[in-house]
Write a protein that binds this ligand. Structure first.
Ligand SMILES: [Zn+2]
Length: 348
């Protein structure tokens, strides 16, 4: 019976104990490594979280008033917040800095605060700030130009036009702004009739050929005959999307047949025939595949000044605020409208 038990002094007992100790050490080492790795990941997560979270308003006010960071550094931080679209934080920093800043930096801070309010869409606050700056510094073209933008976004075109006068006195180039504001005021006027608006808009365009897209967009929508009659054939490419969406009943086939670009465009759309190829890739594909391609044109609008791309047409770039800088980029996309119509027809 005793042969089944290992004696205390038996060498086998020592070996078993040794292996048990080795096993326990291995288990403990494995557990310890796993625990440390978990802790490391947790602290790394917290570290990254610290960078993602932004200080609360209270913390920020305290930090600014303590003066550990220079005003310039705070301004840089506010600019970064603004660039990333966090206008609230940017406004908080500028507002706190205004409480402690020297008189000489006040104007610059107010200007930046006004700009941030404008970007954030607080137009009334922005207007008040720019008007306050102008009270003591009326000869400030940057502030005047920003005030003009604020009035324009508020659709207060009369006030915007009044700002042009001091800008003109300061030798700023206001010609395009003046024409643009005049045209915008006409388009949004509730007192003028449509034919009166068309006539005045055309008169603005005839001055020096500016605002082609803005004016012909209105004309083709409200008086296509007048638009065709006054169309400058060299500017057809700027109006590609307008032509592409024109209804067939509004087309002037005499003008189209005498204009190479329009002939290709309307052949690609399937309104006319007789064109077999085009140097414009998108038109060429649509012309050669006729209506079998299942594709249509997609338009994007690139600002010639800041190169920002927009999915919609614009007359004043909302990024750099320049006027008449929109350029059209054409691409091919699947014609979902055609698929939808085909599906609807198949149900009938
Ligand atoms: Zn731009």
């Amino acid at each position: 019976m005793n042969s089944f038990f290992i004696e205390f002094h038996d060498p086998l007992f020592g070996i078993i104990i040794f292996f048990v100790i080795v096993f326990l050490i291995t288990i403990f080492s494995y557990w310890w490594a796993k625990y440390k790795s978990k802790e490391h990941t947790k602290s790394l997560d917290n570290f990254i979280k610290d960078f993602k979270t932004i200080p609360s308003s209270k913390d920020m006010n305290m930090l600014i008033s303590k003066g550990d960071m220079s005003e310039k550094s705070w301004m840089l931080l506010a600019t970064l917040y603004s660039k990333n679209g966090d206008y609230e934080k940017s406004i908080e920093i500028y507002s706190e800095l205004l409480k402690i800043t020297e008189k000489e930096n006040e104007r610059e801070l107010m200007y930046l605060l006004g700009r941030t309010y404008f970007k954030a869409g607080f137009l009334e606050r922005s207007k008040k700030i720019f008007l306050t700056i102008l009270k003591d510094n009326p000869r400030s073209p940057y502030v005047l130009h920003n005030l003009l933008l604020v009035y324009e976004y508020m659709k207060d075109y009369d006030s915007a036009q009044e700002v042009l006068e001091p800008l003109d006195e300061l030798k700023s180039d206001i010609e395009l702004d003046a024409q643009y504001l005049k045209a915008t005021k006409i388009i949004y006027s509730t007192d003028m009739k449509s034919d009166e608006k068309s006539k005045e808009l055309l008169a603005i365009h005839k001055l020096n050929g500016n605002l082609t897209y803005m004016i012909f967009d209105y004309l083709f929508k409200h008086d296509p005959d007048l638009a065709w009659k006054n169309l400058d054939s060299s500017k057809c490419e700027y109006l590609s999307d307008i032509f592409w969406s024109l209804q067939r009943k509004d087309l002037n086939f005499d003008i189209i047949s005498n204009n190479g670009y329009l002939k290709e465009l309307y052949c690609a759309r399937g309104d006319i025939s007789g064109v077999t190829k085009s140097n414009i890739f998108e038109f060429d594909v649509l012309i050669n595949l006729e209506k079998k391609s299942g594709a249509t044109l997609k338009f994007e609008y690139i600002c010639d000044n800041c190169k920002h791309v927009f999915p919609f047409a614009f007359n004043r770039c909302s990024n750099c605020h320049s006027i008449d800088t929109s350029n059209i980029e054409i691409s091919l996309v699947k014609d979902f409208n055609r698929d939808f119509l085909q599906e609807n027809n198949s149900f009938q």
